[in-house]
Design a protein around this ligand. Sequence first.
Ligand SMILES: [Zn+2]
Ligand SMILES: [Zn+2]
Length: 302
Amino acid sequence: MVDSSKNNRLLPGRSTTAPVLRRLPGKARPRDEVLRECEAETAEMRTRIPRALWVFLVPDLTRVFRWRVELDCGCITEVMTRGDSVPPHELEWVEPVHGWGLPVGQMMCWHEDSPPSPYQGIAEWGERRDVRFPSGPVEPPEDVDAQLWSVIRHDEPHTSAFWTVTLTCGHVSETIAPDIDWVPASGPRRTAPERVQQMSAEFERAWLADPELQPERDREHTRRMLSAGWPSPQPEQLCDTCAQARLITTYERTGWLVSPRRKPEKSLSVAPAASQSAVERQLQKAEAAAERLRVELDQFDN
Ligand SMILES: [Zn+2]
Ligand SMILES: [Zn+2]
């Protein structure tokens, strides 16, 4: 059983009541329509996944259960789970853009009027991934000043290291390392105090000259980073997931994807367990026959 109060804590200011099971307004999509889509998807999977792995990777549609869920943004959506024993709010769903796992009971739902992304601290370092970049074009990109481009342009192809991080909100993100040899245990690199002082004065001047330059949230972040010695990587970053992650507040049981009345042999889904047991039965029969022959041979010898 998942402690949903713990998960609600991760989305501050959001509902703290446990999700409820009840009838939701509207109707689920017709089962045949959803089944046809799922069958097309599993058929496509079988064309590219080696047969020996189907049992692990291709879902057995006879075991798929459908639900409808209401999120705390008010949207109602349909989800499917393996079996019907664990309700959707007790599962980890995936953020579909990067495939990162979300905290239990959260799902993504994009709304243009969502609150701005908040800054969140880095709680945990994960995997590293190296990305090779070609050298930058000589001409600056349209929105970059020529002088700035002469400073930031890479003359040679280079590799940067990206680290997966878990933020204090529980969401996964990625951050770039100051250089390829950097590891989290080294701690952030800091900028020389004189340079930080200079940057502080430059930022304050820029904000004074153009109050619209950065929203207050970004200014506060910049001030925190300056007072921390302008560390790299930064110990906090914007969490875009926070702004679009929703909590499941209500759930409704829709039913099995494949009607339980439908005979298993008519089902288009592959039931690997059944074919495996059929092979086992054949093997048992063959072994029994071999045993009978051995007994007959023994009698022959005698
Ligand atoms: Zn929504
Ligand atoms: Zn977040």
